[in-house]
Design a protein around this ligand. Structure first.
Ligand SMILES: [Zn+2]
Length: 556
């Protein structure tokens, strides 16, 4: 009895399902096969294009499919049905014209959002997929992943070959492949040349304008704020000639097949707008007009480019320590040269190898002989040597001051650093007046004994006699000590040696030629002890020296 009941229920459910099935205007298997074949078994969503169909390992005569013959207008009405059209007949709904071949995920996707996937869009997908399948007949197949991987490999290999000469031209389908890819891209818009380079697993496309072509591309920004910001960047570009970056998600290109293709490819990429640059052989030197001498700082390549009304020639040399930027306004004929000294490039260097320091010291010495020297940059523009800056009225003193100051400071710090056992590096150029004074004194002492001349009448020291050695006091009392005094002291506290905290050693100061006066020291504990004041007389000198050179590193 119980059993009968259960069976009955099950049967009625099955029957109900059959009835529902009849209400749905499903495709016949023959229609499904037709839909699949029309698009070559590839998902019709242009952003997907996966293969939906292939053999299984299990059954040699079987196959595996993730493809679905999906309805463009729903097969049945009701909640969840999308794009249902009550005016259509059952035959129309189950006809091939109402079907589109998709992969399972895409078929789910289109059945969740009628607004995003309207009938017209799906029909367009279907048309494009069928056209594509037709064009692909007889062509080699390659998936997008495979293509991307092969492309990166090929570009990396071709790049390596081009830059290093390492590689095998025998395996040359790769460079040829890259060439073909670049050609294909260039053909999309013949005004441009496309170069590809591989960085890690990413491809970078460098697009430049062919000579003589006008390169107008429209950019449509996603909103006004973004557009305003981009406009500011563009004005900056025209003003300075320096490259700018735009976020790829902020805009779309319009009107060029090449750039529109980029619209589809970009995710979180960056568009870099750089002016096209031409190398200009350049020489930077100092020229003394008084002595008619020159000091060459470096020969290097600068780069010429134009932006708006301006022509720029920009370059740097000596590992970026010196840079120059010539700005020539084509309308006003105004020429401006900016020089920069960038000692930050030294940060991180070992004191034992500060790049270009000897050369820059020579330049400082050159400037010491004639501080009016001009800094000249000479360009070789297609064989014409054009010097700039010889007669310019730029005020170079602030630059020279800064340059001489830093170069000498680094050189002095280096002298101290080499007296310390550990290998030190420059980690900061930010030093206080106190640090700088100690760096100057100690480096001088290390190089040779430092002799300071003292001005007449200067009070050199005041001391309690009890702190002076007994024989010295005795010698003074005997009236003989008018020419020689030895003091051991530490000159100042720990100091910052360009980012390294250092404890200086005790050094000796020897006074030669002075006058001493005794007095009763009222500040002494007993109030009656004898004090001594030492004054400079004509020709007084103090010679500082260090016995052992034991600088101690505190943060090493
Ligand atoms: Zn798909």
């Amino acid at each position: 009895m119980m059993k009968g009941n259960v069976t009955k229920t099950a049967k009625s459910k099955k029957a109900k399902k059959k009835e529902e099935k009849k209400v749905r205007d499903d495709f016949l298997q023959s229609i499904k096969n037709q839909l699949r074949e029309m698009c070559g078994g590839i998902c019709s969503n242009p952003e997907c294009r996966v293969y939906t169909f292939g053999p299984t390992m299990e059954k040699r005569n079987g196959h595996s499919s993730i493809g679905v013959a999906a309805h463009i207008t729903a097969a049945a009405p009701g909640p969840g049905a999308r794009r249902y059209n009550a005016d259509m007949t059952a035959d129309e709904r189950s006809a091939a014209a109402n079907g589109i071949w998709l992969c399972q995920s895409c078929s789910k996707l289109i059945d969740t959002d009628e607004t995003r996937f309207p009938i017209e869009l799906l029909k367009q997908w279907k048309f494009t997929a069928e056209k594509r399948a037709m064009e692909l007949i007889g062509k080699t197949s390659i998936g997008p992943d495979e293509l991307q991987r092969k492309l990166v490999e090929a570009v990396a290999s071709a790049t390596q070959l081009a830059y290093t000469g390492v590689g095998d031209f025998g395996k040359a389908p790769l460079p040829g492949f890259v060439h073909g890819y670049e050609n294909y891209l260039s053909q999309l818009d013949p005004r441009f040349v496309v170069k590809t380079t591989a960085k890690g697993d990413h491809l970078s496309h460098e697009i430049s304008v062919k000579p003589g072509e006008s390169a107008k591309i429209k950019i449509r920004f996603k909103d006004e704020d973004v557009a305003r910001e981009a406009n500011q960047k563009w004005r900056y570009f025209l003003e300075t000639g320096e490259g700018i970056e735009l976020n790829a998600t902020d805009f779309e290109f319009v009107g060029s097949a090449l750039f529109e293709m980029i619209n589809q490819k970009k995710n979180d990429g960056v568009l870099v707008l750089e002016p096209q640059k031409t190398a200009v052989p350049s020489t930077l030197y100092l020229k003394s007009l008084i002595h008619d001498t020159e000091f060459e700082l470096a020969s290097f390549d600068s780069y010429l480019h134009t932006a708006g009304d301006k022509l720029f020639i920009v370059g740097d040399c000596l590992s970026g320590l010196l840079s120059q930027k010539c700005t020539y306004n084509v309308k006003t004929l105004n020429l401006k040269i900016d020089y920069n000294f960038n000692p930050q490039k030294w940060i991180g260097s070992k004191f034992s190898n500060v790049e270009h320091l000897p050369k820059l010291l020579k330049a400082v010495n050159f400037l010491k002989r004639d501080v009016q020297s001009r800094m000249v940059v000479e360009f070789n523009l297609s064989g014409n040597i054009l010097p700039f800056g010889e007669s310019a009225d730029h005020d170079l003193f602030p630059l020279y001051d800064f340059f001489a100051h830093i170069v000498q400071l680094v050189d002095r710090a280096r002298a101290i650093a080499t007296a310390i056992d550990s290998e030190l590096r420059i980690s900061s150029l930010d030093v206080s007046g106190h640090d700088e004074r100690l760096i100057n004194i100690y480096s001088e002492i290390l190089r040779n004994n430092l002799v300071e001349n003292q001005p007449f009448g200067k009070e050199i020291l005041t001391a309690n006699v009890s702190k002076i050695a007994e024989e010295t006091v005795k010698a003074m009392n005997d009236g003989g000590l008018d020419s020689y005094l030895k003091i051991n002291e530490r000159c100042g506290d720990d100091f910052n040696l360009l980012g390294n905290l250092v404890t200086p050693p005790i050094f000796q100061s020897v006074l030669r030629g002075f006058e001493a006066a005794f007095f009763t020291d009222l500040d002494s504990p007993s109030g009656t002890e004898l004090g001594i004041k030492v004054y400079a007389i004509e020709g007084t000198t103090i010679t500082h020296s260090i016995e052992g050179k034991e600088f101690k590193l505190l943060n090493g």
